[in-house]
Ligand binder design. Structure first.
Ligand SMILES: [Zn+2]
Length: 441
């Protein structure tokens, strides 16, 4: 819990104080914080505090959140210390770290949110397949983690700390960049430019053997001849999720973050909702070029934006000037993007925060929403739990789990997901269903 909590906090807060009373390990945790942010200030007095474990600290700060865990369950309180169990289960501890980070975040940035009080929250459905002692052990067969981004990092953090046996293949074609460090829990400052798949696979050294695939998911699925037993989706686009579902893996778990909440779903292709059911548009959707032109503030130059995106053309100076004018930005902020592909201006400048500060509410539109570190981490921890469940039981039903980190929510919202009502999803198509049946007869 201390490990994940520091991995979350050291990326956001410029100054954190780490104290340990009884258990030791404080120096290790301090070294980790410095590797994440070499400029972090680890000295001084704490004003807001997270306390892990049963002991009440001797020092006093203005506001304290107490975090504990037992097996699959996280415990949080703003009143009294919470103990930690002795199992080797990373899920309750991981959840507790995310919840403590969320509580601190709300206290600092959303001070009007009500305090958490005291509550316990467990991984949904865990009791059905867990060992009595709370340890996570057993054979999970083969897992594929698609995406080694923010959610994938946290999923790997949890999976690599279980005692399960089997294999995991990690698929991602990108490399870690500076914009990722704000929310990739495994990434440290020196990991910039490392390819994501081998970087994440390097964290596994237990019984779950990991192998990296630095290629696109489409290339990986083709190489596997579209035969995948348990696919864990940690992707950030609906398009990629739908493509993954269309390749008909046997079982899918899917995780996401969106403005307002995070969620994880598992899917039974024949009986319940498939992944595509969740992402079928209800009406006409905007094209990508339209979304980008609008977030640049130049919808009148749609055709030019479209052509530049299609040709991977460089951003011309007059277009940058128009964007600066429309969005009321200093032109000098946009100039570094001159001649670089227009998409780079969108992903780095607008989504990554280089041009548009991430604290401007409402603009750009939700499509360029950047999740909080603890939000992605919680989605990843839950995704790992669903993946272990699928691998261990050979069973996946269509169930959705949701949580909102901006509120002191004391329960997960868990509900079954039915197929799309309009009967136009691939899981309602006779040909797809027949191919799926033959594949896994
Ligand atoms: Zn469907």
């Amino acid at each position: 819990m201390a490990d994940l909590l520091v991995r979350l906090l050291a990326r956001l807060y410029p100054s954190i104080i780490i104290r340990e009373e009884r258990t030791g390990g404080g120096d290790e945790i301090k070294a980790l914080a410095r590797r994440i942010n070499p400029y972090i200030d680890l000295s001084g007095q704490a004003t807001i505090e997270a306390v892990i474990g049963a002991a009440r600290p001797r020092w006093k700060s203005t506001r304290t959140v107490f975090a504990g865990c037992k097996g699959w369950t996280a415990k949080l309180s703003t009143n009294d210390p919470q103990g930690c169990g002795t199992s080797k289960n990373p899920f309750g501890a991981g959840l507790a770290a995310c919840l403590a980070a969320a509580d601190i975040f709300r206290h600092v940035f959303l001070p009007r949110t009500e305090p958490v009080g005291e509550f316990k929250i467990g991984v949904p459905h865990a009791r059905e397949w867990a060992n009595d002692n709370g340890d996570v052990e057993g054979y999970v067969g083969s897992l594929v983690l698609a995406g080694a981004g923010a959610i994938g990092n946290a999923a790997a953090w949890a999976l690599s700390r279980t005692g399960v046996e089997g294999s995991i293949e990690i698929v991602d074609h990108e490399s870690v960049d500076l914009g990722n460090l704000q929310r990739y829990v495994l990434a440290e400052r020196d990991d910039e430019k490392r390819p994501k798949a081998p970087f994440v696979a390097g964290g596994f050294n237990g019984k779950l053997s990991a192998s990296p695939h630095a290629c696109t998911l489409a290339e990986f699925l083709e190489e596997k001849r579209h035969r995948v037993e348990n696919l864990l989706l940690a992707l950030d686009s609906a398009k990629d999720r739908c493509a993954a579902q269309a390749s008909l893996p046997r079982r899918i778990a899917n995780a996401w973050t969106q403005p307002g909440d995070l969620g994880v779903s598992s899917h039974d292709f024949l009986e319940g909702a498939c992944v595509n059911c969740l992402y079928l548009p209800d009406g006409e959707q905007k094209n990508e070029d339209q979304i980008i032109a609008e977030s640049f503030g130049v919808p009148d130059r749609l055709m030019e934006v479209r052509t530049l995106l299609y040709n991977r053309g460089g951003a011309p100076r007059d277009l940058l000037a128009a964007i600066a004018k429309a969005r009321d930005l200093p032109f000098t902020k946009l100039l570094p993007f001159e001649g670089r592909p227009l998409r780079v201006l969108y992903t780095e400048g607008f989504c990554g925060g280089a041009v548009i500060p991430l604290d401007e509410p409402g603009t750009p539109a939700n499509d360029v929403h950047v999740p909080l570190a603890h939000q992605s981490a919680m989605a990843g921890v839950l995704l790992a739990a669903v993946g272990v469940r699928m691998g261990m039981t050979g069973f996946a039903d269509s169930v959705i789990t949701q949580y909102d980190v901006l509120k002191p929510q004391k329960r997960f919202l868990v509900y079954p997901a039915a197929k799309h009502s309009r009967e136009r999803c691939i899981c309602q198509d006779a040909d797809y269903r027949e191919v799926y049946r033959r594949k896994y007869r």
